[in-house]
Design a protein around this ligand. Sequence first.
Ligand code: ADQ
Length: 487
Amino acid sequence: MNELVSATRRLKDGDMEQHERVVIVANRTPATKTAGGLACGLLDALREKPSLWFGWSGELREDDSNSVQLSSIDSLTVAAIPLAREAHNRYYNGFANGVLWPAFHHRLDLMRFSETDYTGYLEVNRHMAEQLRPLLRPTDLLWVHDYHLLPFADMCRAQGLQQRMGFFLHIPFPVPSVAQAIPRIDELLDAMCAYDLLGFQTEDDRSAFVNLCRERRPQKPVPETGVYPIGVDPHTLRKEAELAPQVKLWPNESIQGILSVDRLDYTKGLPERFKAYAKLLEDSPELRGNVQLVQIAPPSRTDVPAYVDLRHQLTSLTGEILGRYAMLDWQPLIYVEQQYDRAALMPLYRQARVGLVTPLRDGMNLVAKEYVAAQDPADPGVLVLSRFAGAASQLDGALLVNPHDPGEVAEAMRVALSMPREERVARHRRMWAVLCASTIEGWRNRCLEDLRKVKQKGARPSVPFSVSELMRRSREAQDAEVEKAHS
Ligand code: ADQ
């Protein structure tokens, strides 16, 4: 008996068959070790209830046959599949992170489209749907995550799967004028509409999607949508933050600490942030020797050229700031590429007088919420937050800034560094209340409750576009290119 069949039997055993089970589908399974909001956020929400999490194991093979590996984390069963190297490269680096990620963050200048990557993206979605199918029960509730899997429900429907399927987009949705520049957006939009419910982080994202549907497919119904800002578990985070730190970041009490924590990504606004910090030091000489920025930013997606360029840009800016302002007994900036787990980060957040979170565009930004949760309510730090992070629509006690304006960000840092305790406490109290009213548990419950309520679409007899046809077209295009090169 092969591994897949026995795995399926085990999953179907016992009276669990009768009960609804939540099935998470995401690009990564939680065992994959990378800094990322999706894995961290969902794992917290799911480990306590029987659920299945299906996704890529992180393993690349020469082919993708014979594959599901099962493991468990508390009550969560993890079903992980390897992917073929070539297909993964097209799907992940090529279309998901070479087209959708930049375009959804309004960086059309960084978008690199190729027909082969698009076909690879569809093919991996189809393959994942095929691998998941034997693991499913009829009463399962599928909850699919993020831009890697826009056509996943459509691929499932094409295989006859009838379960309820909800989707949550962790990143922003582009405004229609930008979205229309994405090649094949109409096909993708049609495919997204195979979900029973589509969830977004903010009302801006939801209405951008609905407006695009109305513009591009005026004759067809707009699917059910909802706004579900992702949250954190503030009480657990606060407890983690109260533990003794691994490192005392600013042992010299005369130095006020500013902390930034990000995945190294061009959407996070790191070069702009470093320039704003340099402006602060330039315009406020009295702060030199008394302030220090610590930036923690482990590199991610290192196969994508834009990320390599970003890293070079940052190391160069770091060198400039150190060269210009450092003194023998004071470093203005510490830049760390090392990755830390969340429990280690929390006591670090608590030490910082300022949490500096200035993405150029961000779905939510959990670092902003973690920073607030970590603070000592009697003597909290101040959050300086980009108004283009989804979190800005909730955290009204932050100093909101335009991350593109170094003067404005520098001024907010100055205000934060000298803010009286009374005002810091009042601002923090408002944001703590928001965190408690919008937890990760509440987020999961609201998403799933709404999914249970929506009218189900069920299986469709045919797919709106044919993957095999697209693959044939792509092979023809490649052959033509080879022929041209040889002629
Ligand atoms: P990300 O772009 O990965 O997530 P973010 O929301 O900031 O960004 O989530 C990061 C998570 O990873 C946090 O829990 C944080 O602690 C951790 N993390 C970030 N940088 C880290 C570092 N340097 N070292 C260790 N851990 C780090 C995507 C979207 C976001 C959205 C989330 C969740 O881009 O907009 O908020 O999903 O929906």
